[in-house]
Design a protein. Structure first.
Length: 635
């Protein structure tokens, strides 16, 4: 199986579709994504193997790990069956802090919207755009400069991240603290730098790679990251100190061999301390599936999608075991997308998918395995944050000395102590202006009604083409960038035009205005809306959208490519009639993976990655959308 560098930044991966960990390798063409709402089962599965009415289960637990992200969750790929977990959830009244001074790009909804008792959707039919008007034609634009792009990304990014289940978009354990308790969110500190990476011995070229390299520290608390260390790194550093002490003792004893051995152990422990909890990954400029845009946004994934071809009788296999499809061989593909707002706030998504090529099917069977979402803030350059780390340690030492002096002075006076989960005072002095006082999983989720409507969209598209290199006279693939302005209508089938949802909102608004908690009426309206979402998932079968905390919408779906009405669409339709599946067979569709970020109520950033029916990367789009229209007319 061919391995391709993907969103995990230079790590080889295997192709596949259902939410899981990082790794971006892909392979062959696509079949429909049937989003499954079965309880405990993966909601995503494209294709022939997803038969309506069968049930599926998936192991939802995440195994205990050594501080790394939790295990992979996956399940059956059949539609329907089981109690649905994908719809809405019971509205709960929660105490929320005032949204004063909340910076743009945080994903917080307006205060008035937070007070309304509206259904909360976590997984729905796919967010679908419809072209209303072409405000300008496609125009060629220069590609982003690599040095400018890396300048937007270099430095330290401090943030939170969480993992979400593929069957319902609910948070799942992603970390374990020192006591072994599972946590739904963890903290990360990513250091990104442009580096010349030496060529590997088995590489096709002997030239060094010019890459953006990221090294990530993770921890259960932000204070340990600000202090420049994490729990396991501190333990490794302590081991290095003990090894150094043994080396000193051996040297004092006069045994040169023992001293050398102890010194070697000290060096090994020091190296372990330096590497503990560090995840290093990187990607190069517009190669290996990476596509960059101005401002620091990017998309990374396989250049080719491919799943293992299976020669089986699906009906016979399903009769023996309803969950058989989930156990079939698959390839794994990982996608990573990042959007930057204002230069200092970033949203990163990592989706892992499982891919299969079922017999007699032109499209891939796609299953979501894992979904990770990072919310990161600019912390400073590497040099400035190194100074802050030293200052943090100095403040910590001063605070400890002051506490010891106070304890000695008040030794005869009983004192009470209280525990707090907030970072120590000396750490708060060094935090960026955006405090981490709200866990990322508790941020408001965007809702279909917020994105439904008319948007003016400025698009920048990158399309791979093959041309001859004038220096080497060899054909190679390059990316061509172009831009266009469009007016689009966004909607979620079955929801944004659904009478059930409209009555749900009216009912909940009415109960809120009466000063009541909503009671049975709210529960009934929420259940109706959730049922509408689940039913639409079962009937459509082309994919779905995750509505995640912090204003994020992750959409994975199968779409026709080239789009209907374009010159290439007629050729694709003609090919469909002779693909061996009969003249009446539909045009094979390609996979689309998108990330939308509702920065505030009137603007949205997004990036979409589009593959054709053969699984080949066809286009990557980055867009800025404004609801209603641009200020001052067209851009």
């Amino acid at each position: 199986m061919q391995q391709v560098l993907g969103p995990v930044w230079g790590r080889p991966a295997v192709a596949g579709c259902r939410p899981q960990p990082h790794s971006p390798c892909w392979q062959a063409a696509g079949r429909r994504i049937a989003v499954h709402a079965a309880k405990g089962g993966s909601p995503w599965s494209t294709g022939p193997g997803s038969s309506k009415g069968s049930s599926s289960n998936s192991s939802k637990g995440s195994g205990k790990s050594s501080g790394k992200s939790s295990g992979t969750s996956s399940g059956g790929s059949s539609k329907g069956g089981g109690s649905s977990k994908t719809g809405g959830s019971k509205p709960k009244s929660s105490k929320s802090k005032s949204n004063k001074a909340v910076p743009s790009g945080t994903g917080f909804a307006p205060k008035g919207l937070q007070q309304q008792q509206v259904p909360v959707y976590k997984l729905t039919a796919p967010l679908t755009p419809q072209l209303l008007d072409e405000l300008s034609g496609w125009e060629m634009v220069p590609p982003p400069l690599w040095g400018t792009f890396t300048g937007h990304c270099e430095g330290e990014w401090l943030g939170q991240y969480a993992a979400y289940t593929p069957w319902g978009g609910d948070p799942e354990p992603v970390w374990a603290d020192e006591s072994g308790a599972y946590l739904l969110n963890a903290y990360s500190r990513a250091s990104e730098q442009r580096q010349q990476v030496p060529a590997e011995a088995d590489a096709d070229t002997d030239e060094d790679a010019d890459m953006l390299v990221r090294t990530t520290l993770r921890s259960a608390s932000v204070s340990s990251l600000i202090g420049g260390t994490s729990a396991s790194r501190a333990a490794a550093a302590a081991a290095a100190e003990r090894a150094a002490a043994r080396a000193a003792e051996a040297a004092a004893g006069g045994s040169a061999a023992a001293a050398a051995a102890a010194a070697g152990g000290a060096d090994a422990a020091a190296e372990e301390a330096a590497a503990a909890d560090d995840d290093a990954e990187g990607f190069a400029y517009n190669s290996g599936g990476s596509v960059v845009f101005n401002g620091g946004s990017y998309s990374i994934g396989p250049e080719q999608l491919e799943g293992p071809e299976l020669e089986i009788d699906l009906q016979e296999l399903a009769a023996e075991d309803p969950d058989a499809l989930a156990k079939l061989p698959h390839s794994t593909a990982v996608f990573e997308a990042a959007l930057v707002a204002g230069g200092d706030v970033r949203l990163r998504m990592v989706a892992t998918l499982k891919l299969r090529q079922l017999p007699g099917e032109a499209e891939l069977d796609v299953e979501v395995a894992r979904l990770l979402l990072y919310k990161e803030y600019w912390y400073g350059t590497a040099e400035s944050t190194a100074g802050l780390t030293r200052k943090s340690k100095q403040l910590a030492a001063a605070a400890a000395a002051a506490a010891a002096a106070a304890a000695a002075a008040d030794a005869d006076t009983p004192s009470s102590s209280s525990s707090s989960e907030s970072p120590p005072g000396h750490v708060l002095q060094l935090l960026p202006s955006h405090k981490f006082d709200v866990p990322v999983v508790n941020l408001p989720r965007p809702q279909p009604q917020q994105l439904a409507g008319c948007w003016n969209v400025f698009l920048v598209a990158a399309n791979p083409i093959v041309e001859e290199n004038p220096d080497t006279l060899q054909e190679e693939e390059v990316l061509v960038y172009s831009s266009r302005e469009e007016r689009q209508q966004w909607h979620v089938p079955g929801l944004t035009s659904s009478a059930a949802v409209g009555s749900s909102i009216r009912s909940s608004n009415g109960s809120s205005s009466n000063g009541t908690s909503g009671g049975a009426a709210d529960e009934l309206s929420t259940a109706a809306a959730a049922a509408a979402a689940a039913e639409d998932l079962d009937d459509d079968g082309s994919g779905g959208s995750f509505w995640l905390p912090g204003g994020a919408v992750v959409t994975i779906r199968m779409v026709q490519w080239p789009p209907a009405g374009t010159p290439g669409a007629a050729a694709a339709a003609a090919a469909a009639s002779s693909n061996g599946n009969g003249a009446s067979s539909a045009v094979a569709r390609g996979l689309q993976v998108g990330l939308h970020w509702l920065v505030d109520g009137g603007s949205c950033l997004f990036v979409e990655r589009q593959y054709d029916a053969e699984g080949v990367l066809a286009e990557v789009r980055q867009g800025t959308a404004v609801k209603g229209g641009w200020s001052g007319g067209r851009m």
